[in-house]
Design a protein around this ligand. Structure first.
Ligand code: TMP
Length: 213
């Protein structure tokens, strides 16, 4: 897919993806700490977020009180990303800094595409406009049972607009991620996220070492 869309893989661009409660944020931080410990220059960021404007958009997107049209949702995620890639990601990668992001374009395909049902071709076209020449060289897909992930989030008192979606919706997200991983097996590494934090981190570090260090 990357070739046909003409995207360029920046070697130091790593994303973490997964369903709610899969532990992406924790694992992204552990991976960043590991690479920093090896003397690498690392920037850790997240979507939607990473800039002042993108964080404001995140507030609108995740507000459980907002009844949002799917097209509005798609465009807001892309607006947040447009600012994020231009203000933070491109400049850092251009300076040779490793960028680790907690979610990126695969989230849009999984949530707005496979789960909400927006045409995947529309999503990919928008992505080519918003993040041209930008695709992670490595993506960790933290995979686990949907109900278990939602339970973890509820225990952590996380209740945004997406946590209120049905289990069916989140199963579509998970299946969407699997589909994306089938299409790009070299880039996307599926990690069993039901294991302990330490074991998941060990697996991720093994892959980082084999590809990077
Ligand atoms: P999280 O970063 O705390 O997981 O919250 C972000 C939420 O936004 C999460 O439910 C997934 C959702 N999301 C999308 O639906 N599309 C996107 O493109 C991105 C980046 C996130």
């Amino acid at each position: 897919m990357s070739g046909s869309r003409g995207t360029h893989n920046f070697n130091g661009f790593i994303s973490f993806e997964g369903i709610e409660g899969s532990g992406k944020s924790t694992q992204a931080k552990l991976a960043a700490d590991y690479l920093k410990g090896k003397g690498r220059d690392v920037l850790i960021t997240e979507e939607p977020g990473g800039t002042k404007i993108s964080r404001k958009i995140r507030g609108i997107l995740l507000d459980a009180g907002n009844n949002m049209d799917p097209l509005t949702e798609l465009l807001l995620y892309n607006s947040a990303r447009a600012q994020h890639v231009r203000e933070i990601i491109y400049p850092a990668l251009t300076r040779g800094i490793i960028v680790i992001t907690d979610r990126f374009s695969d989230s849009t395909l999984a949530y707005q595409g496979y789960a909400r049902g927006i045409d995947l071709a529309v999503i990919k076209t928008l992505d080519d406009i918003v993040a041209p020449d930008l695709k992670p060289s490595l993506t960790f897909l933290l995979d686990m049972d949907v109900e278990e992930g939602l339970r973890r989030n509820r225990a952590a008192k996380k209740e945004d607009r997406f946590e209120l979606e049905t289990v069916e919706f989140h199963k579509k997200v998970r299946n969407g991620y699997h589909q994306i991983a089938v299409e790009e097996p070299d880039r996307i590494k599926i990690i069993d996220a039901s294991a302990s934090v330490g074991d998941v981190s060990k697996k991720i570090i093994e892959i980082l070492e084999s590809q990077w260090l």
